[in-house]
Ligand binder design. Structure first.
Ligand code: 3PG
Length: 216
């Protein structure tokens, strides 16, 4: 796969998603019902973060048992995490950052990958390594939409998935920005709902969100 086709694959995934829930799964047994609840609410592109001991197994179970879900791996911090994401069959990878080591490893695989950036210098490193689709993180805390617009001045070609501080109240404003292809965040699956198995509540929130954000 060429670098360009890898990037276009990622763009297609993000565009089809509009909203990407950032999932932190504490208990393996929650993985499949959670994925089913999200898909039932119209949210199919899922980011499973490598933040818990069960994360990789949870992602694997989602991939094999919920084929409608498009499962990616988040919180990729280094080349090992990237290799783990690819090995378990993830469709894409996302990182909160953009270290030279990680960018080099990502440029050498065909896994669609979005590095994380919050500054012009990080963005320049990502672009130099061939990554023009980035996670803007932490989006609200780094200056929000004003900061994104400022970055888009010198870098008009970037495509962005902001995450960090995004929720029902501001998702639409972010998505109205011309550079924003999708938004990510944890608000669609609150930890309390996962803990209590409130799958119907998660489905309902997803359905409401998708209805309000999806262009007619
Ligand atoms: C992340 O990768 O942790 C996301 O940015 C989640 O941020 P949120 O909890 O503010 O949605």
């Amino acid at each position: 796969m060429t670098a360009a086709s890898r990037q276009e694959k990622l763009a297609a995934i993000f565009k089809s998603a509009i909203v990407i829930p950032v999932l932190t799964i504490e208990r393996f047994e929650d993985a499949v019902p959670l994925a089913r609840a999200l898909v039932a609410g119209g949210v199919r592109v899922l980011e499973v973060t490598l933040r818990t001991p069960v994360a990789a197994d949870a992602a694997k179970a989602m991939i094999s048992e919920v084929p409608e879900a498009i499962v990616g791996i988040g919180t990729i911090l280094n080349a090992d995490d990237l290799a783990r994401a690819k090995a378990l069959g993830a469709k894409f990878g996302i990182s909160p950052g953009a270290t030279p080591e990680l960018l080099k490893a990502a440029a050498g695989t065909d896994l669609p990958f979005a590095p994380g950036v919050a500054t012009a210098s990080e963005l320049m490193q990502a672009l130099a390594a061939g990554f023009d689709i980035v996670k803007f993180f932490p989006a609200e805390q780094s200056g929000g939409i004003k900061a994104l617009r400022a970055l888009a001045g010198p870098f008009p070609s970037i495509r962005v998935c902001p995450t960090g501080g995004i929720g029902e109240a501001n998702a639409a404003s972010w998505l109205a920005e011309p550079n924003v292809v999708a938004v990510g965040g944890s608000w669609l699956c609150p930890a309390a709902d996962i803990r209590s198995g409130n799958w119907a509540g998660i489905t309902a929130m997803c359905a409401r969100t998708m209805k309000s954000l999806k262009p007619a």
